[in-house]
Design a protein around this ligand. Structure first.
Ligand code: 0PR
Length: 380
C-alpha cells in the first residue's frame, strides 16, 4: 500500500484495465460455466442490501424476513413449503452444511457417506473437513447412480447418502426415489444436490418434460442444495440449503454469545443479506412462468446443439437430460478438440468421466452463439 491515496478517476481507469482481461458471459463465448450474466433486477436488489449482515439478523430484521420468505418460496418449489434453511455462498457450503447435519445427528464412530462417482468435488472437501469416509457408488450405463452399488456400500457406519439432481459434468438426475426408499428403510439421511437442477427440473416438468421426482415430495429426502447463482440468474455468491426439519439445523447450531441471535448453524459468520434480497427479487420478478421460459429456452438450444454436434461428426456421450451437452470423437482426442476450439475463441470445459467436451447451455447462450459454435465444430 502506498502512503498517499490516488484519485477515484485513476482507480476506476486502472480497474477497467484489469476487467478488460476477463471474459464475460455476455460475449456468448463461455460454454463451460454454470454461472451466467446476473439478471439486472437481482443486481439492483443485491446492491440495495450490501450493508446487511444475516450473521447478526437482529440488526436486519427486514432482511431476515426476506430470507424466511425466500426459503419458503424455494421450499415450495422443492415440494414442501415449510422447510428450514439459509441463503449462503453456494453449492459447496450447502453440501458441507448437509453433511455436517447428517454427521451430527448420529453418534457413529468412523462415519461414512455414500456419493455417486459423479458427485461434485465439494463432497471431497466436506468429507475431509468433517472426517467422513467417502464411499463412491458406481454409475449405471446412463451415468446415473447405480442403486445396487449403493446397496453394496451401505454399512452400519453410513450416516448419509447423496444423490445428484443435475450432475456437474453431464446434467443427469440420479434415481432419487430409489434412494429415498433405501434411506427410509435404513433410517439414513438423504441429501439431494440440486445445485444445478433445482432451478430447472420443476419448471421443465411444468412445461411437459418427463423428468423424475427428486425433491421433498419423496419422503426420504432430508435436505436439498439449490443454487440461485446457477440457473436462478442471481449474482454470485448465492447458494441455498433447505432442510425438511428444524432439527437438522439445531444439531449443528453453535452458541453465539454476543450476537442478536443465540445460535448459528451456518459455516460462515458474517453473511451477506444482499444474496437473499437478489434471490427474493428474482423469484418475484420472474415468477414460475418466467423461469419456465428460461429453462425451456435453454433446453431447446441444448437439443439444437446436440443435433449439430452429431451432424458435425462427433459422438454424444449421452442424450442430454438437462441443459448440458457432452461429446467426444473417435478420431481426435478431447484435449486436442478443446485446444482447437480455444484457438477459435471458445471457452469450453472437459468432463472427466467419461472424458468429453462439456457445454453447459446457460441462459447467456443464444441460438446465434450455438450456431457459430457448430460451424466451428464442423471445420474442426
Ligand atoms: N453441486 C453441483 C451439482 C455443482 O455442479 C456445483 C458447482 C456445486 C455443487 C458447487 O457449487 P459452488 O461452486 O457454487 O460452490 N458446479 C460448477 C463446477 O464446479 C461450478 C462452476 C461454475 C464452475 C462456473 C466453473 C464455472 O466457470 O463445475
Amino acid at each position: 500500500m502506498e502512503d498517499e491515496g490516488i484519485t477515484k478517476e485513476q482507480i476506476f481507469q486502472m480497474l477497467r484495465k484489469y476487467k478488460e482481461k476477463d471474459l464475460t458471459h455476455r460475449s456468448g463465448r463461455i460454454l463451460g460455466s454454470m454461472c451466467t450474466c446476473p439478471d439486472p433486477v437481482g443486481v439492483k436488489a443485491y446492491s440495495m442490501f450490501l450493508e446487511s449482515n444475516l450473521g447478526d439478523p437482529g440488526l436486519f430484521p427486514g432482511t431476515k424476513k426476506l430470507e424466511d420468505e425466500v426459503i419458503s418460496m424455494l421450499g415450495e418449489l422443492m415440494g414442501k413449503k415449510d422447510v428450514y434453511g439459509h441463503i449462503i455462498t453456494g453449492g459447496t457450503e450447502a453440501n458441507l452444511m448437509a453433511m455436517r447435519a447428517a454427521r451430527n445427528l448420529t453418534k457413529i464412530d468412523d462415519p461414512e457417506i455414500i456419493v455417486p462417482r459423479s458427485a461434485h468435488f465439494s463432497f471431497k472437501k466436506a468429507a475431509e473437513m468433517l472426517c467422513l469416509d467417502l464411499k463412491m457408488a458406481d454409475l449405471d450405463e446412463d451415468y446415473k447412480m447405480d442403486v445396487s452399488s449403493v446397496e453394496d456400500l451401505l454399512s452400519d457406519k453410513t450416516v448419509a447418502i447423496v444423490g445428484v439432481a443435475g450432475t456437474t459434468e453431464l446434467g443427469k438426475i440420479d434415481p432419487i426415489s430409489d434412494l429415498s426408499r433405501i434411506c427410509l428403510e435404513n433410517d439414513i439421511y438423504l441429501h439431494v444436490d440440486a445445485a444445478f437442477g433445482g432451478y430447472s427440473i420443476p419448471f421443465l416438468k411444468d412445461v411437459g418434460y418427463d423428468l423424475p421426482e427428486f425433491d421433498f415430495s419423496l419422503p426420504g429426502v432430508s435436505s436439498i442444495t439449490i443454487d440461485p447463482h446457477k440457473m436462478g440468474l442471481a449474482p454470485i455468491p448465492t447458494g441455498g440449503i433447505l432442510f425438511r426439519e428444524r432439527k437438522y439445523l439445531e444439531v449443528m447450531a453453535i452458541e453465539t454469545p454476543y450476537l442478536t441471535e443465540d445460535l448459528q448453524s451456518t459455516v460462515v459468520g458474517t453473511r451477506t443479506g444482499a444474496a437473499t434480497a437478489a434471490t427474493w427479487a428474482l423469484l418475484k420478478y420472474h415468477g414460475r412462468e418466467g423461469y419456465q421460459e428460461v429453462s425451456k429456452k435453454c433446453m431447446e438450444i441444448t437439443n439444437i446443439l446436440a443435433d449439430g454436434v452429431k451432424k458435425a461428426g462427433f459422438e454424444l456421450v449421452t442424450r442430454p437430460e438437462l441443459n448440458i451437452v457432452a461429446f467426444s470423437s473417435s478420431e481426435i482426442p478431447v484435449e486436442e478438440i478443446a485446444l482447437r476450439l480455444e484457438d477459435r475463441g471458445w471457452a469450453v470445459s472437459l468432463a472427466s468421466y467419461p472424458k468429453a467436451i462439456r457445454i453447459i447451455v446457460m441462459p447467456h447462450l443464444k441460438l446465434e452463439h450455438i450456431e457459430a459454435f457448430i460451424d466451428d465444430l464442423r471445420q474442426i
